[in-house]
Design a protein around this ligand. Structure first.
Ligand code: NI
Length: 273
């Protein structure tokens, strides 16, 4: 059992903490199987661009809805944000074997329209994540610099929507490699500088980034944003609350997924070319 008070202090000092108890390996396997099945289907109700970019699957697949409600992850996040929690989004970051895909040094919060103290990123490994297959790398204490600004590069192989890079000096030697076993998680602050390298191995590297926010958080970039209540109660009503997916992926489930995807794209491509 992890000591969540120590975990919260480490998070406050470093801006990140790992390994955090995530899900049993069997649950990580169930998510992988659901993901692979989703990749094989050709459901005409779901746009091909949305099938390619694996965002918001917690609104479509029950296995990912269960993942964002993982009790030990929620217990850890509650230590930082308090008892009333929403999931604002859930994105899969997948690196194919021997792919050059990388993530440049960036801060997550820069483009999200959310307050710095209202949000925690959890990243749950569905496969083992190592230096060789491109684990996340983080700069200890960098969250204390606040929002440093970014430059858009649109570089090939950069996984980020606009290839954004922090406008700050980076010494790679100072970075911490966030290696995880399948099922383990890390937490990081939205202002922590982080990056990840290519996958040099024969297997896929897959992780799920979940953004938890306080129910009191506000969205400043668009009106009428949406989220999923996963802990406590929502006394604020700042976000439209979305129901979990139905096991048979009914039309209402697909409609909620489409609605959330549209909102995220409005935010992510705001001001991008
Ligand atoms: Ni990030």
């Amino acid at each position: 059992m992890q000591d969540n008070a120590i975990l919260a202090q480490t998070y406050a000092d470093a801006g990140f903490v790992f390994p955090v108890e995530g899900v049993p390996e069997a649950e990580a396997q169930a998510c992988l199987a659901a993901l692979e099945q989703f990749e094989r289907t050709n459901d005409a109700r779901i746009e091909s661009a949305w099938r390619a970019r694996l965002f918001e699957l917690h609104l479509l697949l029950p296995e990912f809805d269960a993942l964002v409600r993982s009790p030990p992850v929620l217990a850890a996040v509650k230590q930082i944000l308090g008892p009333d929690l929403l999931v604002w989004e859930c994105n899969i970051f997948l690196k194919e074997p021997h792919s050059e895909s990388f993530v440049s040094w960036h801060q997550d919060l820069h483009y999200l329209g959310l307050g710095a103290d209202d949000q925690v990123n959890a990243w749950i490994a569905l496969t083992d994540v190592t230096v060789a297959n491109g684990c996340m790398r983080m700069m200890h204490g960098s969250h204390l610099q606040g929002d440093v600004g970014h430059r858009d590069t649109y570089a090939a192989d950069n996984v980020l929507t606009r290839g954004q890079v922090v406008e700050a000096a980076i010494d790679e030697a100072d970075a911490t490699n966030v290696t995880l076993s399948a099922g383990q998680a890390s937490l990081h602050h939205g202002h922590v500088f982080h990056a990840s390298g290519p996958n040099r191995t024969d297997k896929r590297r897959i992780g799920v980034a979940i953004r938890y926010i306080r129910t009191s958080a506000r969205q400043t970039l668009i009106e009428d944003d949406c989220a999923v209540l996963v802990s406590g109660t929502d006394q604020y009503g700042h976000f439209d609350l979305l129901d979990p997916p139905s096991p048979d992926m009914d039309d209402a489930t697909v409609a909620r997924f489409g609605h959330a995807r549209n909102m995220r794209e409005q935010i992510y491509f705001e001001g991008a070319r």
